[in-house]
Design a protein around this ligand. Structure first.
Ligand SMILES: [Zn+2]
Ligand SMILES: [Zn+2]
Length: 354
């Protein structure tokens, strides 16, 4: 009987709810003597895996073998994406068929990275892959192992030297090389190492400069944010102020946020005013707290600012000052020194800073 495998497979997979994968597999296995049923099994399971990776999970051990026999190139992608095969069995299959890269992958998944490394170095002889493999594992002992396993192969030591940047100390390798071992093109390789290191050093310097500049900018921003005051007032007053302010700033359509802060948690000491040392929690007295955790009675702060600052205009009332809050956030680079309405600042911190 001739069988159109492609159409049969598509048909079976489209109707896999009617004819379950286990039925197909068991029937194909039973027909072992009549036709090349393993090949059909491979075609079926491969298509099934591509359509629904988990549908045939019970047969993934078998599938490893089928891939190894009929389509070794697809074995690694399968090993990578399936979680349902037994690692030991898969390893045996790869050893029997001498599939080296597959062995390395399975060994890596088993956690036996030393053995995997030995396979790469001794059987594959691919030092670049060895370096890649070791750098993927993030294991310092493995680097040591890599150097050790390479030492009796001069050409490999040479290639290893070329791949040290960022991974290994080339001096360490040179020290470990036994006396009398001739490494091909050693001089050129050392020159290359030094050039690579120079490039890397200058790159790192550049990165550091950028990071420093970023830090300074962010600190300046943070400082400018922190030296603003937070208004603490009772609710009716706050609501009244918000109404006033939203009327004022309707043209610019800014949202004004009044933050009511738990005074005790924010201020140092026993929530006392930093000027008169009376408790802050007296009702119906507005309180100003700063991000430096100093808090003041509004009146005390304004009086003290009159004393400290000679530039301050006497006519500026408290309300006028408060209406300046939260309205200059967008042009924050240049506003601080030229703002027409002076902003409330923590006297302790700003006078101490000069
Ligand atoms: Zn006070
Ligand atoms: Zn302060």
């Amino acid at each position: 009987m001739m069988l159109d495998c492609k159409r049969a497979v598509t048909l079976l997979i489209q109707n896999k709810d009617l004819i379950s994968p286990s039925k197909v597999v068991s029937q194909l296995l039973a027909a072992r003597n009549k036709c090349d049923s393993r090949y059909f099994l491979h075609l079926y399971l491969h298509s099934l895996f591509e359509m629904k990776p988990h549908a045939g999970r019970d047969f993934h051990d078998m599938q490893v073998e089928l891939y190894a026999d009929y389509d070794p190139k697809m074995l690694i992608p399968f090993l990578r994406s399936s979680q349902h095969y037994t690692l030991e069995k898969a390893y045996d299959v790869c050893v029997k068929r001498d599939l080296l890269r597959e062995q390395v992958f399975v060994l890596g998944r088993m956690g036996n990275s030393k053995k995997a490394l030995a396979v790469i170095i001794n059987k594959l002889g691919d030092i670049e892959e060895a370096v890649e493999f070791v750098s993927m594992q993030h294991d310092d002992d493995l680097w040591e192992e890599l150097v050790k396993q390479c030492l009796n192969k001069p050409e490999m030591v040479g290639v290893l030297l070329e791949h040290t940047v960022g991974n290994l100390d080339p001096l360490h390798i040179v020290n470990m090389v036994p006396n009398g071992l001739e490494i091909p093109r050693l001089r050129d390789r050392l020159v290359k190492i030094i050039t690579d290191y120079r490039t890397e050093t200058s790159l790192r310097h550049g990165c550091n400069d950028i990071l420093k500049a970023d830090c300074v900018n962010l600190l300046v921003k943070c400082f400018n944010e922190a030296k603003r005051g937070i208004c603490i007032s009772n609710e009716e007053e706050g609501a009244q102020m918000q109404r006033d302010r939203s009327r004022d700033s309707q043209a610019t359509e800014r949202t004004v946020i009044t933050r009511t802060v738990e005074v005790k948690s924010k201020t140092r000491g026993d929530a006392r005013c930093c000027v008169c040392f009376d408790p802050l929690s007296v009702q119906n007295v507005s309180v100003i707290a700063f991000f430096c955790c100093h808090a003041y009675h509004m009146d005390c702060l304004v009086d003290s600012m009159h004393t400290f600052s000679s530039k301050k205009e006497a006519g500026v009332t408290l309300r006028e000052q408060l209406s300046g809050y939260g309205e200059d956030e967008d042009d924050d680079d240049s506003d601080d020194n030229h703002s027409s309405v002076p902003r409330l600042r923590c006297i302790l911190c700003t006078t101490a800073a000069g």
